[in-house]
Design a protein around this ligand. Structure first.
Ligand code: DGY
Length: 424
C-alpha cells in the first residue's frame, strides 16, 4: 500500500472517530448502534490514543461512570434515548441512572488501559490510572463472583449478546432450550438499517428477547440469573479475554504497588489450565465454548477459538492443533480470520458472526499469535485486516472469501483498529 493511501485512510479513520464522538463517548455507528457499547468503547480508546491521549482516557472513564455498585459494567449505556435502536432502555428497565442494559460484554478494558498507560507521561496520568484501576478490579471481581459459579476459571455468558458474537453457531444448541413462547410482538430496528441477510434471524431475536425478559423479571439480580438463567454457556472468547485482561491488570497492580490486589489476581490466573481443559473439545480438536447446563461442547470452530494464544492458555499438542486449523483456514479463504470455520456447514460468509471477518477479533487473534512467537500467522492476520479495510473502507465486518463489506459502514472500532494496529 502506498504511503499516500495509508495517510488517506489514517485521516478517514480519525474523521470516523471524531464524527461518532457524542461528547465523552463514541457510538459504534450513528444509525445502527446509537449508544455507548462496552467493548466497542475500549477498542475506540486505542484509536483515539494515536492522536488524542486525553480523549482516549475519557472514553474509558465515561464507560465506567455507568458501573453498578457491585462492579457490574453494562454492555450498553443509554446516555440519550434514540428511537433508531431496539431494544432500548425501556425494554431493559435496569432502573439505573444513566439507563443501561443488564448484561455485560467481553472485558477488554483492562488490556486497553494497560496499553494507554504504557503510552503516557505516567506522572501526569497516575491519578487517572488509580481511579480506573479500582473500577477494573471491581468488574473483574464481579466476573469471578457471578460468572464462574463452579470456579472453572471460565466466563459463563448469560446472553449471546454478552459474548459480542451475537449469532455465532456456538449458541445454536444452548439457545434452543430458551422458551420463546411468551416473547410477544416487537419491532426490530436493525433490519431497517441493514440487509436482513447480514443479520441474525427472527428466531435468534426471539431468543435474545426472551433472555432479556428473564433477566428483567429478576430485577437484574445477577445471583439469581447465574443460578437459573436458561442460557449459561462458558464462552471461549470472554474466558480468554478475561485471562489476558487479568494479566494486564496484574501488571497495573504491580505498577501501582497494590500487593493485595495483585495476589487476588494471581489467584484468578491460577485457574487458567482448568479453563483450558474445560474448553477443549477433543472431537473438534479445538478450543470451543461449552454449555454449562448440558455439559456439551458447542461444537463450532470460530475465530474466538484461536484466542487461547491471546489468553496465554498454552499446551503444546493443543497449540499445534490450533495452528494447523489456522493454516488450513488460511488456505481456504481470501482473508483471515473468518468468524466460523468455512468447513462448517453453518458457515455464511456475509451473516454477522457466522462467517465474516471482524477487525477487532483479528487484532486479538493476531496479537495472540505474535505473543506466542507465530510471527508469520500474526503478520498474515494483520495484513489481511489492513487490506480488507483499504479495499472498501471501515465496515462492520467483511466477507472472508471475496472481501466484500458486511453490515454497517463508518464503524468506530474498525477505524480504531486501523489506527492502532492494522496500518503499520
Ligand atoms: C445488537 O443489537 O445487534 C447488538 O449486538 C447487541 O449488543
Amino acid at each position: 500500500m502506498s504511503n499516500d493511501r495509508n495517510r488517506e485512510l489514517d485521516a478517514r479513520a480519525r474523521e470516523i472517530l471524531t464524527g461518532n464522538d457524542r461528547g465523552g463517548y463514541t457510538v459504534p455507528n450513528g444509525r445502527v448502534y446509537p449508544f455507548q457499547w462496552n467493548w466497542d468503547s475500549a477498542f475506540v480508546a486505542l484509536g483515539f490514543a494515536t492522536f488524542d491521549t486525553d480523549r482516549a482516557w475519557r472514553e474509558v472513564e465515561t464507560l465506567f461512570e455507568a458501573q453498578w455498585p457491585d462492579g457490574f459494567l453494562p454492555h450498553i449505556v443509554f446516555w440519550k434515548d434514540d428511537p433508531g435502536y431496539f431494544p432500548g432502555p425501556d425494554v431493559w428497565a435496569s432502573g439505573r441512572t444513566p439507563p443501561t442494559s443488564g448484561i455485560t460484554q467481553p472485558p477488554v478494558a483492562a488490556s486497553v488501559v494497560r496499553a494507554l498507560w504504557d503510552g503516557v507521561d505516567q506522572g501526569a496520568y497516575l491519578p487517572r490510572l488509580e481511579a480506573l484501576f479500582q473500577k477494573l478490579m471491581a468488574w473483574h471481581r464481579w466476573f469471578h463472583d457471578y460468572r464462574d459459579p463452579d470456579k472453572l476459571g471460565v466466563v459463563v455468558a448469560m446472553h449471546p449478546w454478552e459474548t459480542g458474537r451475537d449469532n455465532s453457531a456456538e449458541w445454536d444448541a444452548p439457545a434452543s432450550a430458551v422458551d420463546v413462547s411468551n416473547v410477544g410482538e416487537y419491532q426490530r430496528r436493525d433490519t431497517s438499517h441493514l440487509d436482513q441477510s447480514m443479520r441474525p434471524t427472527k428466531l435468534d431475536y426471539d431468543r435474545y428477547l426472551a433472555l432479556v425478559q428473564f433477566g428483567r423479571a429478576t430485577g437484574w439480580n445477577h445471583a439469581a440469573i447465574t443460578a437459573s438463567n436458561p442460557f449459561r454457556v462458558a464462552d471461549v472468547g470472554m474466558t480468554m479475554i478475561l485471562l489476558r485482561a487479568n494479566r494486564d491488570l496484574l501488571a497495573l497492580a504491580e505498577a501501582l504497588g497494590r500487593t493485595a490486589a495483585a495476589d487476588e489476581i494471581r489467584g484468578w490466573l491460577a485457574l487458567a489450565p482448568k479453563a483450558g481443559d474445560y474448553l477443549w473439545d477433543e472431537a473438534l480438536g479445538a478450543y470451543c465454548s461449552r454449555d454449562t447446563i448440558t455439559g456439551k461442547s458447542c461444537g463450532a470452530l470460530t475465530s474466538a477459538s484461536f484466542l487461547n494464544f491471546y489468553g496465554g492458555v498454552r499446551e503444546p499438542a493443543r497449540d499445534k492443533a490450533m495452528l494447523d486449523h489456522a493454516e488450513r483456514i488460511g488456505r481456504e479463504v481470501g482473508r483471515l480470520m473468518p468468524s466460523l470455520d468455512p468447513a462448517d456447514p453453518r458457515f455464511e460468509p456475509l451473516r454477522y458472526w457466522r462467517g465474516p471477518v471482524w477487525a477487532v477479533v483479528n487484532y486479538l487473534v493476531g496479537t495472540g499469535f505474535a505473543d506466542a512467537g507465530h510471527a508469520d500467522l500474526a503478520e498474515r492476520v494483520r495484513r489481511d485486516t489492513g487490506e480488507l479495510i483499504a479495499a472498501t473502507g471501515f465496515h462492520e465486518a467483511y466477507n472472508p472469501l471475496n472481501s466484500a463489506p458486511s453490515g454497517g459502514d463508518d464503524f468506530s472500532w474498525t477505524a480504531a483498529i486501523w489506527l492502532h494496529w492494522a496500518n503499520r
